[in-house]
Design a protein around this ligand. Structure first.
Ligand SMILES: [Zn+2]
Length: 138
């Protein structure tokens, strides 16, 4: 069980990195709008795109995930089945294409977690939830 307050919780559950309650994405991975994100967290108002083209850097995370996926597919096929070359070709194209929505969303969730941390005091210290701090932290 992954507990709330860790980055891995935010990444795997696709939750806001600051409050870990608001969703990072509007809909599910296998829907038409699988990459659409709200502009701000519906709970703590964290701006999900702090600068233009913020998620361009997520391409590097996506690249790392794809390399890990290719390696896993190759090793699994080689060790378990040792199939013909055509099977490798089909599996190494097909599986990443089918999993593309999952890896793209995961790469964005990982990338935004590089820049923001869990802050359980945030909701308590904001009165109007517009992003401005209304009360001082103790
Ligand atoms: Zn939030």
């Amino acid at each position: 069980m992954i507990r709330k307050g860790t980055r891995i919780y935010s990444i795997l559950h696709k939750k806001c990195p600051r409050c870990q309650e608001g969703n990072l994405f509007i809909s599910g991975a296998y829907t038409k709008k699988f990459m659409e994100m709200p502009s701000k967290c519906p709970v703590c108002q964290l701006n999900y795109e702090p600068e233009p083209a913020f998620y361009t850097g997520a391409m590097y995370v996506s690249y790392a995930l794809q390399v890990a996926l290719f390696t896993t597919i190759y090793v699994a096929l080689r060790v378990l089945f040792n199939p013909a070359m055509e099977v490798y070709f089909i599996a190494m194209i097909g599986i990443p294409v089918v999993l593309a929505p999952v890896t793209l969303r995961l790469s964005r969730a990982i990338y935004i977690n590089f820049f923001f941390s869990y802050d359980p005091e945030w909701i308590k210290t904001t009165a109007n939830h517009d992003g401005t701090v209304a009360a001082q932290k103790n």
